[in-house]
Every structure is written in structure tokens, then in C-alpha cells.
Design a binder for this molecule. Structure first.
Ligand code: 6GU
Length: 250
């Protein structure tokens, strides 16, 4: 998979050299290109922003550098297989980024990310881009970040780890939070009995029982209880806890 990121802070993407995503790049599974938006300015001060027409707080990102940067990305990466990237623009006003979206994006050959700062991109950048490539504005959640870079780190990790060969143990992808609509069950390792400075903390005995059916049942109960407590919006768990499990409502 090819990935392009355009940002005024290319150094923000340095963590993508690390850990599993860094390894995936060195293994040739991820072909990541980070571009500095200021390289696509034409003035002496490398200006990327200006004040908003109509007034209001903050600054708006100018359209010309963005158009030049996105055109360059398309020119640089186009192949017969992937003539244009799917452009993702992170922003709190976007559609929610979910595990389902991560799976869909992991099936695409080429993604590009446009990291806005300040009050956002001049709206005509979206018009320019949408005439050339599929475009989705995506949000990580209902809170505001200063720019798209941190969101791109999260999305690249969420998508990249779904590519074949990136996560060693394919089984670890299956039972995770949000796969199957339930959060993960709690996990324990040795010691079975831990003296935490005078407080003895035990591992739940069922996990030491060797009874695989009982362990699976306990883990499922834990997932349901945890999901109901922390994420009552996830319907499967709330329905089960409310006793609606037996009714044919899903
Ligand atoms: Cl994806 N970007 C920005 N800039 N802020 C956000 C966000 C994304 N998701 C939530 N807040």
C-alpha cells in the first residue's frame, strides 16, 4: 500500500519510523511519502495561510499550495493499478473513523492524507481534489485537535496493522475491541497471586482451571459487562445486559 501525507509539520510523522509500522515500511509492505506543504508555495516567505474572508477568528489555509501539493502527489504515485489516491482529510467535522472504515481503507492500494492546521483549508481545495480523486473528511471523535497530524498517526496505525504481514499473530486481530462489536476481556499473566505491597491481588481462578469452555464463557461475560459499562451505545452489549438477548431483536 502507498501512503502520502501532506503537512506543514512533516516531523510530526516521524513516529511512523517506529515499531510495527516502521518495520512494515522496511519490509516493503507500506510505501510512505511525507510531503512538506511549504515546498509547494511560490513566495519568499513560504506562506500557507491568510485571514478569512468575511472575518472571524484565526487563519485559513490558502488554496494554491494545497492544489499544487495534491497534484504533485497524484503525478508522483500514479500507476495503472491505482491512478489516483483516496484522499482523507482529518477534521472534527468529518465522518467518524471506525474499525469498519479501517478495514475498508486497508483494501485500497493508495491513500493520501491532507493535514490541515489553523481554522482549516479554503473550501475550494475540496472542490479541486474531489474533481480528481475520491475524498473523505474523517474525524477521530468529538473533540478538537490542533491539526490533522496526530489523527493521521492514529489512522495509519489502525489501517496499517490490518495489512497482511504487519501484525505477526493474525489471531490477535480477531478478538480485539470493536471486532464483533464488543470490547476486549481483561487479561492476566504471572504471578497468579501478586503481593502488591501488602494487598494480595489474585488472577480470577477460572483462568487457572484449564477448563477451556468455562474460560471462553467467562471471557464473553466480561466483554459484555465491560461494553455495557463503558460503551452503552454499542447495541449488542446493552441488549444482552437488558435481557433482550433471548428476544429476536437484532
Ligand atoms: Cl481527524 N482532525 C482534527 N484536526 N481534529 C479532530 C479530528 C481530526 N478528530 C477529532 N478532532
Amino acid at each position: 500500500m502507498r501512503l502520502d501525507v501532506v503537512s506543514i509539520f512533516p516531523g510530526y510523522l516521524a513516529p511512523l519510523d517506529l515499531s510495527l509500522i516502521g518495520k512494515a515500511r522496511r519490509d516493503g509492505l507500506l510505501d510512505l511519502h511525507v510531503h512538506d506543504l511549504r515546498d509547494f508555495t511560490t513566495d519568499r516567505h513560504r506562506t500557507v495561510d491568510d485571514s478569512p474572508f468575511g472575518g472571524g477568528a484565526g487563519m485559513v489555509m490558502k488554496p494554491e499550495p494545497w492544489a499544487a501539493a495534491l497534484d504533485h502527489v497524484v503525478q508522483d504515485g500514479t500507476t495503472d493499478d491505482a491512478p489516483v489516491p483516496h484522499l482523507l482529510v482529518p477534521g472534527p467535522g468529518g465522518v467518524p473513523f471506525t474499525q469498519a472504515m479501517a478495514h475498508a481503507l486497508a483494501a485500497e492500494p493508495w491513500l493520501a492524507f491532507a493535514c490541515g492546521r489553523y481554522e482549516g483549508l479554503d473550501e475550494r481545495v475540496y472542490d479541486h481534489a474531489a474533481e480528481r480523486m475520491p475524498l473523505t473528511v474523517v474525524s477521530l471523535g468529538d473533540y478538537v485537535l490542533n491539526g490533522g497530524e496526530v489523527a493521521v498517526l492514529a489512522m495509519v496505525e489502525a489501517v496499517g496493522r490490518l495489512l497482511p504481514g504487519v501484525v505477526g499473530n493474525a489471531e490477535s486481530l480477531v478478538e480485539e475491541s470493536h471486532e464483533g462489536g464488543l470490547l476486549e476481556y481483561p487479561v492476566y499473566t504471572r504471578p497468579a497471586s501478586w503481593d502488591d505491597s501488602g494487598t494480595v491481588r489474585e488472577v480470577p481462578p477460572v483462568l487457572l482451571s484449564g477448563d477451556h469452555a468455562a474460560i471462553a464463557a467467562w471471557r464473553h461475560e466480561q466483554r459484555v459487562a465491560r461494553t455495557a459499562a463503558r460503551r452503552p451505545d454499542l447495541a449488542a452489549a446493552s441488549a444482552t445486559v437488558a435481557g433482550l438477548d433471548d428476544l429476536d431483536v437484532r
